[in-house]
Design a protein around this ligand. Structure first.
Ligand code: MIG
Length: 805
């Protein structure tokens, strides 16, 4: 492959550079929420963004440029709730949640939480430095400190002791631990130490670097080869607080269309159109749920974006009509490179209107991609984003439901794998080279697609992107690019996606079965079993690999895979609700164990288990012929999802996992909603919401808040949604189950609730639903109690006999 070269990082190590470090503060002043520190030839601005966020900005030269990258969305709202005190040799900034001490004799920042714990400290004497165009920040690395986040990185969960570069790169070679950088750059670092956490967001779009104790075990640093030293310190100390505030700064995921959480099938490439229709039929015939089919580059006419190959797809509209009727949504691939072809209308429009990236002398940049010579829209310009966004209208009008933005690092078939760094982006007046804007090219492209789809359609846009920067969660889901059909890559997916989640990107997945290379039945089965519990759920395969549709390797595997895909659909309400929560609090959909158990240091580097939300623990099988594996269960009781067996936590167990089974455990005391699996996701009346209530003798109460809307439109913004709170508590020997209809703005609702009280282990004397005793449940019960109650029920009382059965 020609696009396979990893960019050689020719930048020198910071140790080899003569950085000048800020020393004595010559004077300071205060203006609204900003404190200015003057040095001999630089100025620092400390901006109090909120009670948890302080921005640290150093001027490049004499003047301060306050602008942010497009990653930042939080409005400048002139936060006033802070105090500045002059303590002689120190200044102190105090908010409700942090205290910042500023050393005026020798510049150094120290951040304390509100209880007075030192959370983070600069290296005194070399806290901030500059040399030519480069800038660097150095901080004390505490013993026991761990690092996470940083977007899409290979390797284990904890990044301490490693170094990373942010430079969006198309990497075709196998992704191994030393492969860095990859497609997505998120210069956000999350620190955890003995349960206390903070974050640092380095808002710099140039190539940036993080050294997390690689060269020096007492120090970590981050630097950039250009732009500003501009970072946000984000105080927890609770880890969830950090993520909440980081996503307040860079935005949260909007609610996706619900179907996008279903099963996607893709391959490079399905064509002609009969084959696509046959594929769809095959899913229905084999009773395997599927919501989306992806069309890769062969649907295009000579790889020209926004066209159709008329011999392969003579009637796209008709094909899309049939597919939509059968419940399939089609996602079409789009690349940013526009074929240089004077008879191609998009090229003509772009040239006429000067929409493509140029050199300073006005010459349009040309680079080779799939169509041959290509030109590249300058997405840093609003006018270009509007033009590009409008091009999506024709696809939407035909019936396309989603857009897959590939090759948007941007990838170019040349030595550097991307555009010439001397190419200019106009950025609405703030011109800069590709060196400056490279990392946000995909972010702005996806913004264009998202806004275009929003302008020209009623439905929530679904966009899948390969590259991205901080903030990409506002527009697109991400997949991890060209992985391989390797067991190692199945395993690699877990920490990679977990860290993406901790970087504000909840909607992520890897190609199920592996992209390049030949998959096999066992690998595909194990991959599906894991991916069922991951946010983005797509099987995708390269042009030259063997087929890997769910049925590709015979009935034994197909039967297992079918069950698991159905499980995905049984869990769809639970998963959709996690996206809803993420859209409000920025927490990831899949979570490393430490996010829920931050005081348990045993969880700090667990890279082969994860939680779906807070209540489901998944322990994938990552090796061939492995039928058992070790699982760590944190404190509390856990319930085996398959047989409801109770297991005491704070323990390592050996879990059974024959090929048909993946170890899954439920946090005891929780409530998990399930539905019957359908062929595809549709919102219809008459469904049953099943609530699995995992009772625990040690847990007094539990609750679950259920959100429901049409899963497709923006009407929820106008109040068309339902919010139902379920809760139970023990009242002496009895259980009271309460249903609170907090919001009922949406007409659709479950017909009835099926309540399944698991591990009740008691005889039931009586059951009352809204005060009426029901008859059929009197008498002896086994472990579980199953009750049906209609929508509208408010209270269920369960009266138990004393003692166990
Ligand atoms: O250079 O469109 O990662 O998912 O199938 C290959 C063809 C271009 C790379 C994507 C892959 C996609 C492929 N693309």
């Amino acid at each position: 492959m020609m696009n396979s070269k990893v960019i050689k990082d020719l930048t020198q190590e910071p140790e080899e550079k003569a950085f000048t470090y800020l020393k004595k503060v010559c004077g300071f002043s205060q203006e609204d929420n900003r404190v200015y520190l003057r040095f001999a030839d630089r100025t620092i601005m400390l901006e109090v963004i909120s009670a948890n966020i302080i921005r640290v900005l150093m001027s490049q030269e004499k003047c301060l440029d306050l602008s942010t990258s497009p990653a930042v969305v939080k409005k400048r709202d002139n936060f006033q709730d802070y105090e500045l005190s002059d303590l002689g040799n120190y200044l102190e900034i105090k908010t409700d949640n942090l205290r910042l001490s500023i050393n005026l004799q020798e510049y150094q920042l120290k951040f304390f939480d509100k209880r007075g714990h030192l959370i983070n400290s600069d290296q005194v004497g070399k806290a901030l430095g500059y040399w030519k165009d480069e800038i660097i920040a150095r901080k004390v690395l505490q013993s026991g400190e761990r690092f996470y986040g940083l977007g899409e990185k290979t390797g284990f969960l904890d990044k301490r002791g490693r170094k990373y570069t942010m430079w969006n790169t198309d990497v075709f070679e196998p992704h191994v631990e030393s492969t860095d950088p990859l497609y997505v750059s998120v210069p956000f670092l999350l620190s955890l130490n003995a349960g206390r956490s903070y974050g640092i967001f380095f808002d710099n779009t140039y190539k940036t670097h993080f050294d997390l104790g690689f060269r020096n075990q007492q120090e970590y640093s981050f630097w950039a080869e250009g732009g500003k030293m501009d970072y946000y310190f984000i105080m927890g100390p609770e880890i969830k607080e950090v993520l909440f505030h980081y996503t307040e700064l860079t935005g949260r995921i909007p609610l996706p269309p619900k179907w996008a959480l279903g099963h996607h099938q893709s391959r490079y490439s399905y064509y002609p159109q009969e084959k696509v229709l046959d594929l769809a039929d095959e899913f229905r015939k084999r009773d395997i749920p599927c919501d989306a089919i992806h069309l890769d580059i062969h649907y295009l006419n000579g790889y020209r974006v926004f066209t159709w190959d008329e011999s392969r797809f003579p009637q796209p509209e008709e094909m899309l009509r049939i597919l939509n009727k059968r419940g399939f949504k089609v996602v079409t691939i789009i690349n940013p490179g526009v074929k240089k072809d004077p008879e191609y209308n998009i090229y003509i429009q772009g040239i006429k209107n000067h929409y493509f990236c140029k050199y300073l002398d006005g010459q349009v940049y040309v680079g080779e991609v799939w169509p041959g010579d290509c030109v590249f829209p300058d997405f840093t310009r609003k006018e270009v984003r509007v033009w590009w966004g409008d091009l999506h209208k024709q696809l939407l009008d035909l019936g396309v439901k989603g857009i897959w933005n590939d090759m948007n690092e941007p990838a170019v078939f040349n030595e550097n794998s991307t555009m010439d760094l001397a190419v200019i982006h106009e950025n609405d007046g703030d011109w800069g080279t590709h060196r400056r804007y490279h990392n946000i090219y995909a972010l702005l492209e996806c913004q264009a697609s998202y806004e275009g789809m929003r302008r020209h359609g009623e439905e929530r846009p679904f966009i899948l992107s390969r590259a991205g920067f901080a903030g990409i969660q506002r527009y697109a889901a991400l997949w991890t690019g060209d992985n391989r059909s390797f067991w190692e890559h199945l395993k690699l997916t877990i920490p990679m996606l977990l860290n993406m989640g901790l970087s504000g990107l909840p909607f992520v997945g890897s190609d199920i079965g592996g992209f390049t290379g030949d998959s096999n039945g066992q690998l595909l089965t194990r991959w599906y079993q894991m991916a069922v519990f991951m946010p983005f759920f797509r099987n995708h395969c390269s042009i030259d690999g063997v087929s890997q549709e769910p049925w590709a390797f015979g009935k034994e595997y197909e039967d297992i895979i079918r069950n698991y895909i159905k499980l995905r659909y049984r869990l769809i309400e639970y998963i959709y609700n996690l996206f809803y929560q993420s859209s409000r609090n920025g927490l990831p959909v899949i979570r490393p164990l430490f996010l829920e158990y931050p005081d348990d240091e045993k969880t700090y580097n667990i890279s082969d288990q994860f939680l779906l939300g807070s209540d489901m623990m998944i322990a994938p099988i990552c090796q061939p012929d492995q039928n058992k594996r070790m699982v760590y269960l944190p404190a509390g009781n856990w319930i085996n999802f398959w047989d409801n067996e109770q297991i005491r936590g704070n323990s390592y167990i050996i879990a059974d996992a024959p090929l048909g089974s993946i170890p899954v455990y439920i946090r005891s005391g929780s409530i998990i909603p399930l539905v019957m699996p359908d062929k595809y996701i549709r919102n219809e009346n008459g469904y049953v919401l099943i609530l699995n209530i995992y009772l625990d003798q040690d847990i007094e109460q539990g609750d679950y808040s259920y959100y429901l809307d049409d899963g497709l439109s923006f009407k929820y913004e106008k109040g068309e949604y339902n919010l139902i709170d379920f809760s139970y508590h023990w009242l002496g020997e009895n259980i009271e189950f309460i249903i609170d209809y907090k919001k009922t703005g949406y007409h659709l609702r479950p017909d009835y609730f099926q309540l399944r009280f698991i591990n009740l282990n008691r005889k039931v004397r009586a059951v009352e639903i809204d005060g009426n005793q029901i008859e059929e449940v009197n008498g002896v019960l086994k472990d579980d109690l199953l009750l049906k109650c209609t929508y509208g029920t408010k209270k269920v009382g369960i009266y138990l006999e004393r003692g166990g059965v």
